[in-house]
Design a protein around this ligand. Structure first.
Ligand code: GDP
Ligand code: MN
Length: 399
């Protein structure tokens, strides 16, 4: 789960990480009012979207020479102009894809004078099973370029979970950032506090770019990208509230409400399956029959009728779907429950595409009987190979 920059900075500030003061704003007037609470004379007006590269981004609605999603402002009028340019418009960055993202929130912060921009990140490194710190002297807007052309300028330091963060880690970070004296001390402090925030929130990543050295010799976090381990969110109800659903794929948001594992794909055969392994096998066998799956959807082991109904609707919402294959092994889950869910959903959404159902397991006979008596044009299949061949044939016939 990702959060906005302003939320990340408020969170990091609570852990003692140095950030400039700032205020979120949902309207132009709020942005101007926010700047009035800041010392000035420099203000930064920043588009809040779940994507980086905002500074170099372009707004679809503005002329190409217009500035991007991070603006320097020196007066209330500047702030007003920047906010007017951004709010409601679509920002396209290297991370948003060509469709871009609509800007609905701004962050107005105290502008600092930057002497140098550094890079500092923490993430869970699966290869070592440790939290890794990534540090570079080459911070700013082109870290991807640095990683590509000058990998030697990117330093990685891993932390043994048995010891947690130690003073030597902080010193290693300071050295990797090329800092000495008081700035090195500040780097050690930032590293320790960032680690505390990382562990304390069950984070998956925290990326500070830039970590700025200011003209008056202070280290300051100017941009923060923070994401949490979704599986740990039950431990952090306060953080779960920071979720901004408008930043996520609507179908995947709907799926998560019902605890369904749903991923949209490019093909035209919708799949409703229980268990990730069976879902993989189903996708494979669809491909083997010369077609492509439209999605991956695992309703899980203990699905209810409501869950199956929601899953079915989700598949049918996708206009690319030309046929549906339901492949359920009723072990924990009973086949009659599945059958009822399918019928309820098919009736609610008026099913207009062919539907092949393969049920196996507990109460399979009852399940098949419920489907056969439903009056719906459901094609029944006996095994996986039969089911895949049937749905591919049905879709071809309908085309
Ligand atoms: P990103 O483009 O989405 O990564 O957004 P950032 O928050 O990193 O801002 C992009 C760039 O704007 C930074 O690399 C800085 O060069 C500049 N910037 C951000 N905050 C400030 C600030 O307080 N003062 C000054 N002078 N520049 C800033
Ligand atoms: Mn940045």
């Amino acid at each position: 789960m990702n959060i906005h920059e302003y939320q990340a900075k408020e969170l990091l500030a609570k852990f003692g990480v140095p950030v400039p003061i700032g205020f979120a704003a949902m309207s132009v007037d709020e942005a101007v009012a926010a700047s009035a609470k800041l010392p000035g004379p420099l203000y930064i007006v920043k588009a809040q979207i779940h994507a980086g590269g905002r500074g170099k981004g372009k707004f679809k609605e503005l002329p190409p020479e217009a500035k991007g999603g991070v603006r320097l402002a020196r007066s209330a009028d500047d702030v007003r102009a920047a906010a007017t340019d951004m709010l409601g418009n679509t920002l396209v960055t290297i991370q948003t894809g060509p469709a871009g993202k609509q800007v609905n929130r701004l962050y107005v912060t105290d502008g600092v004078d930057i002497a140098k921009e550094l890079y500092l990140a923490m993430l869970v490194d699966r290869a070592t099973g440790r939290i890794a710190i990534v540090a570079s002297t080459e911070g700013g807007m082109d870290i991807e370029e640095v990683a590509h052309h000058h990998p030697e300028k990117i330093h990685t330091i891993t932390i043994d979970p048995a010891t947690g963060i130690m003073p030597h880690h902080g010193r290693a970070v300071a050295a990797a950032l090329g800092l000495t004296g008081d700035l090195a001390k500040q780097a050690e402090h930032v590293t320790t506090r960032l680690y505390a925030a990382f562990i304390g929130t069950d984070a998956a990543q925290m990326e500070i770019n830039p970590l700025a050295i200011t003209d008056d010799g202070k280290l300051m976090v100017l941009d923060a990208k923070v994401g949490f381990d979704s599986n740990a969110m039950y431990r952090h109800p306060d953080l779960a509230e920071l979720r901004d659903l408008t930043e996520e794929d609507p179908a995947e948001v709907e799926a998560s409400k019902y605890d369904l594992a749903f991923i949209k794909l490019d093909g035209d055969i919708g799949c409703l399956v229980n268990g990730a392994g069976l879902a993989m096998a189903t996708m494979d066998i669809i491909k083997l029959n010369g077609a492509e799956p439209a999605n991956f959807l695992d309703v899980g082991g203990g699905a209810t009728k409501e869950k199956v109904t929601a899953a079915f609707k989700l598949i049918l919402q996708d206009p690319a779907v030309k046929g549906i294959l339901v492949n359920i092994f009723g072990g924990i889950m009973r086949c009659d429950i599945i059958a009822e869910g399918i019928i309820a959903a098919a009736k609610e959404v008026s099913l207009a595409v062919p539907l092949v159902v393969r049920l196996e397991g507990t109460n399979v006979e009852l399940g098949k009987e419920i489907l056969a008596n439903s009056g719906l044009p459901i094609v029944s299949a006996d095994n996986l190979g039969d089911a895949a061949a049937k749905i591919v044939a049905e879709v071809k016939k309908a085309a």
